[in-house]
Write a protein that binds this ligand. Sequence first.
Ligand code: GTP
Ligand code: MG
Length: 191
Amino acid sequence: LFAGPTEFVKGVVAMSGLPDAERIEVCFAGRSNVGKSSLINALTGMKALARASNTPGRTQEINYFTAGDDFYLVDLPGYGYANAPLPVVEKWQRLLKQFLQGRQTLRRAFVLIDARHGVKSVDDEIMSLLDSAAVTFQAVLTKADKVKEVEREEILNQVRGALSKHPAAYPEIIVTSSEKGWGIPTLRTVI
Ligand code: GTP
Ligand code: MG
């Protein structure tokens, strides 16, 4: 699918550092530790392309990756709780919001939701921001391997309910596990 090289381009710390708006971009947003970087690795089939870790707040810059010659995949810092000093967290969260509201080449945001936790109020805030910026977004359930099927269905219902209040949301939810590779082909197809 991604014809051409997949590689790290740059880490961006301010809007002025964004690459030229020459390619279509899709980005991965979500609470800290939800599995954004891991999902990019699973998507590209490259285990250590994006750095993942168990510490919330691992990704602190907007990281750009090429996905072939046509796309950029954009790994975002998380929102919500992070294991980093507050001023640092506030700085990257401001940048994150500026990016989501103001990146012209952004075609779709994937909003990642932990299959164990469902949509939290911080997710809802980000979704409202995307609504007002008219950025189409799609929910991706992550870490589906960590919950039983009944639990997953309950969470899916909660997520559906939350999405129904957001005009910019796609109704379809993609259920994934980066660990097991579940839903990865579907996500590739959507991109
Ligand atoms: P920040 O950069 O801190 O915002 O986190 P992130 O959203 O990029 O999460 P990351 O990909 O770093 O993953 C966080 C932790 O969850 C890591 O320990 C991953 O190994 C684990 N993880 C990610 N995806 C999955 C999954 O599908 N299943 C399981 N079991 N663990 C996962
Ligand atoms: Mg990360």
